[in-house]
Design a protein around this ligand. Structure first.
Ligand code: ASP
Length: 328
């Protein structure tokens, strides 16, 4: 009687049980060292700002420091690829915005699949965008800006954070709607882009309100419109692009928190609980409210909601991006 098979099965079962027990033991101990929260853009930008805001209370809840690591480049896709290949132990987590959905339509091939290579922890917040100009750019309102761009075309420089960034998506739709191509100036994030806009080195930028409202209120930059159909309470006198002629212009930037595929469920649950606690923190809400940033309702602060939303957004933005051609 061949006893090899039963022995192999027994051996596999023992190994399997051992791995399961180790995994469970590790999950129970989690976290027993600092956690890295990867941000796909340079420091000082809106994604980095939100990451650093939630990292502190998340760390408090988890009992370990949450260290923000900026992994910039290629509109956020370098960071997404890095996180997808990271050890699924809960010590690498990721915050990214809707670029997780739009990148597929902007790159022929991505070294990761947003719908297969990640665990989904929860949605975070939705952020409006504003169309900004350097303070000495001649146009003083959207109509004048439109005329200025039609006259100057490629002489106008528009900053963004690379293909896959929402500043790039906003710029793409903006140029497509105007039917005019300007010159794109890519940065590692819109933190550095905003520095150059304030310094007058670049003409326009479409970016989230997260850290731009003070620059607008202090007159360090010009503002030509908001990207949501409704005006923002923080900028009541700034018309929407929709009401200024770009009918239906509606870009609001959503954010999600992810982990590499295979991160144990009990670990994901601990991270999710810490995220929810951070988003219920009144100080966080007050800071985000001041930039008209809407924390998503509790019902969206979970993995299933994030995964479903990501899938829907991939299907929504793909055709819009592929259709948005900018004439040469
Ligand atoms: N606002 C950047 C973008 O265009 C992201 C960032 O720098 O936080 O996606």
């Amino acid at each position: 009687m061949n006893i090899k098979k039963p022995l192999n099965a027994l051996f596999a079962a023992v190994i399997g049980a051992g791995l399961l027990l180790t995994g469970t033991a590790n999950a129970q101990k989690y976290p027993d060292k600092p956690i890295t929260l990867v941000v796909p853009f340079a420091a000082g930008g809106p994604t980095d700002t939100i990451a650093r805001l939630i990292a502190v209370p998340m760390g408090k809840s988890l009992g370990q420091t949450v260290v923000v690591e900026n992994v910039a480049g290629a509109g956020g896709t370098i960071a997404s690829a890095k996180v997808a290949k990271s050890k699924p132990d809960g010590y690498t987590i990721y915050i990214h915005h809707m670029g997780m959905a739009t990148a597929q339509a902007l790159y022929d091939k991505l070294p990761y699949d947003p719908m297969k290579d990640f665990e989904y922890i929860g949605q975070v917040a939705d952020v409006p965008m504003v169309l900004l100009g350097r303070k000495n750019l001649p146009p003083n309102n959207f109509k004048e800006l439109e005329a200025y761009i039609r006259t100057n075309k490629e002489k106008v420089t528009m900053a963004n954070a690379g293909p896959g960034a929402v500043s790039q998506l906003c710029g793409l739709i903006f140029q497509s709607r105007l039917g005019v191509r300007v010159t794109t100036v890519p940065y590692k994030g819109t933190g550095p882009a905003l520095t150059d806009l304030v310094g007058g080195q670049v003409d326009i930028l479409c970016d989230q309100t997260t850290q731009t409202i003070p620059f607008i209120k202090e007159g360090k930059v010009k503002v030509y419109g908001v990207t949501t159909p409704k005006r923002l309470s923080a900028l009541p006198n700034v018309p929407s692009l929709d009401e200024q002629g770009l009918k239906g212009f509606d870009v609001k930037v959503w954010h999600g928190v992810y982990a590499p595929l295979g991160t144990p469920k009990p670990v994901l649950e601990k991270i999710n609980a810490a995220l929810k606690k951070a988003l219920s923190d009144p100080e966080i809400k007050a800071r985000l409210d001041s930039s008209n940033i809407d924390i998503v309702p509790l019902a969206k602060q979970n993995g299933d909601s994030l995964k479903a939303h990501l899938d829907a957004e991939i299907n929504r933005w793909g055709p819009i991006i592929r259709k948005a051609n900018i004439p040469d």
